[in-house]
Design a protein around this ligand. Structure first.
Ligand SMILES: *Cc1c(COP(=O)(O)O)cnc(C)c1O
Length: 389
């Protein structure tokens, strides 16, 4: 095949033509249960009528003007996000990496304001923050960085879920911590229950910004609208993207208190950021999450699926653990199991394997109980029948 698309992805041999709810149909008309939601993007499932209508209506009215002008829909979405999160304001962009770039710039600017000329941001081992130069430098995965040196400086890496490693840092240039509430690409790693609270204490003592990358955990995925809402803390900065537009590209960097006053006129910008089309989609997403009670649904359904998977896989000698935070579910095996993705695909089930040994499920939040049962039955069948090479 002579593709003119740059070969940056190892793509599976399937192409989808149509989707509805949790289902996708390929170009041969075969149906698949989507337990990945385009990697935590289509949290409302495919072609959700409310989002489709919002996009269609807005597209017929106005798609883009410019951030040179007032954008009413952007104001309305920012209000909605601020009220829902307890944050003060929002910068809109188009992706997760861009949202994190905004956070990184914000932290550096904050540092300079504090008289730190070479500000340092604390980041974690095993983390994932994106593929732009600054965000791949922040990412704790050598494979993502290899070949792109020199990396962007100003990051200090420590082990994830290790408070001691953070509290013993003595570098006076540190100005912020950037961390995922649950590591997604890193293998659905869930830190100790008081991890964010302890990080908050350290940040308060030292006047560091606590910046949460909720690009994957946000928008109801973990059983609260934002993962930090299952703790008692408020972060200084939160980044969002993935499910914010249910597939329409939009990213956001939310900030609070001093952090909210840091990026002023002329200090950051995006041509597309927060355009009327993307904001209309995101407003429909927030409205639907509320109206259909999907955040609570993610919490209840996630526990049920994890429990049923544990039971169905209990006799499997390769199972290490099933863990979940809402509908962010990881099934860790004792060996690399990437081949399961292709086997599941053949059987009409879309899953993912991350960090080599962890099956990752990120099903749409609209999954019914019957569909959840189908998912557990089909997946456990595939895993239990699999003979490791
Ligand atoms: C996916 C992801 C990103 C990158 O988002 P893009 O939209 O691909 O740039 C950043 N952080 C986390 C935690 C993610 O899961």
């Amino acid at each position: 095949m002579n593709s003119h698309v740059m070969p940056t992805y190892a793509r599976l041999p399937v192409s989808f033509e149509r989707g509805e709810g949790v289902w996708l149909w390929d170009t041969d008309g075969k149906r698949y249960l989507d337990a990945l939601s385009g990697i935590a993007v289509c949290n409302l499932g495919h072609a959700h009528p409310a989002v489709t209508a919002a996009i269609a209506t807005q597209a017929g009215k106005l798609v883009h003007t410019s951030n040179l002008y007032q954008v009413g829909l952007q104001e309305a979405l920012a209000d909605n996000l601020a009220n829902a999160s307890g944050m003060d304001n929002v910068f809109f962009c188009n992706s997760g990496a861009e949202a994190n770039e905004a956070a990184i710039k914000l932290a550096r600017k904050y540092g300079h304001g504090m008289g730190v000329d070479e500000p340092v941001i604390v980041v974690m081992e095993n983390s994932f923050h994106g593929r732009t130069l600054a965000t791949l430098s922040a990412t704790g995965n050598r494979k993502v960085q290899e070949g792109f040196e020199p990396l962007v400086g100003g990051f200090k890496r420590v082990p994830f879920d290790d408070i001691q490693a953070v509290s013993t840092l003595s570098d006076p240039n540190v100005v912020a911590i950037l961390v995922e509430p649950v590591q997604g690409e890193g293998g659905v790693r869930i830190p100790s229950p008081d991890y964010l609270e302890r990080l908050r204490e350290i940040c308060d003592q030292r006047q560091w910004l606590l910046m949460l990358d909720e690009v994957q955990t946000g928008m109801g995925r973990t059983g609260s609208l934002f993962a930090f809402q299952q703790t008692s803390i408020l972060p200084d900065v939160v980044t969002l993207a993935k499910a914010l537009g249910n597939g329409v590209p939009i990213g956001a960097c939310l900030a609070r208190a001093t952090a909210a006053e840091t990026l002023t006129a002329g200090k950051h910008a995006s041509t597309f950021g927060g355009n009327p089309l993307a904001c209309a989609a995101a407003q429909a997403v927030l409205k639907t999450l509320r109206e259909e009670n999907l955040v609570e649904r993610a919490r209840i359904l996630g526990s049920a699926i994890a429990k049923n998977l544990r039971a169905a896989l209990s006799g499997n000698p390769h199972l290490i653990e099933v863990r979940n935070k809402g509908l962010m579910i990881g099934i860790q095996l004792d060996k690399p199991c990437g081949a399961l993705v292709g086997l599941a695909l053949e059987q009409g089930l879309l899953i993912n394997v991350t960090a080599e040994t962890t099956i990752r499920l990120l099903p749409p939040l609209i999954l019914t109980d019957e569909q959840a049962q189908l998912l557990v039955g089909q997946l456990s069948g595939i895993v239990n029948a699999y003979v490791f090479p």
